[in-house]
Each structure stands twice: as C-alpha cells, then as structure tokens.
Write a new protein. Structure first.
Length: 94
C-alpha cells in the first residue's frame, strides 16, 4: 500500500494544532504529528532570520496530496510556506 507524508512548519504550537485539527476534520490525512519547537535559520528579504517553528507532519494517501497541499497553502500563516512531500510503501510485517 502506498502512503505519503506531507511536512510543513508553523510559528506556534497553537497554529500547528489548529491546522492539524482542520486537516483531520476535512479528512485530508489520517494522522497528524506535531513535533516540538525547533530553531529555523534562513534568509528572508536579504536578511538572516532565526525563529522557533513547530513541524507538522501529515500521514495521508497519495491521492489526497494535491487537495491537502492546496488546503495548507490557503490556511498557512507564512507568505511562502515550506511544503515537503515524501512517498513510499507501507511495509507489511508477517
């Protein structure tokens, strides 16, 4: 069976929780993980930045990736959010 993980990061735990609940309620993923705050270092508008961010990881089906991506883009507080998608197979253990 195929599956996909979609990853993005948000500026607060509250925003990550809110988005995860909306994703689950919309049935765009069957599980969302929110990872603890991490430090993000990046360049934005020509200046170095350093912020705390919370990573949101959504487990979903490949057929839902386009809808999930569009939903996240429409709800995300960042002007240009990172959205990464990783696909693979669910291993069957016997």
């Amino acid at each position: 069976m195929k599956f996909s993980l979609l990853c993005t990061s948000l500026p607060s735990e509250e925003q990550a929780n809110k988005l995860a609940r909306e994703i689950i309620n919309q049935q765009l993923a069957f599980c969302c993980w929110i990872r603890p705050a991490h430090t993000a270092m990046y360049r934005w508008n020509g200046e170095e930045q350093e912020d705390k961010e919370y990573e949101l990881i959504c487990k979903t089906l490949p057929t839902l990736i386009q809808s999930l991506t569009s939903f996240i883009q429409s709800q995300h507080p960042f002007e240009a959010p990172y959205i990464g998608v990783f696909s693979g197979d669910i291993m069957e253990l016997s």
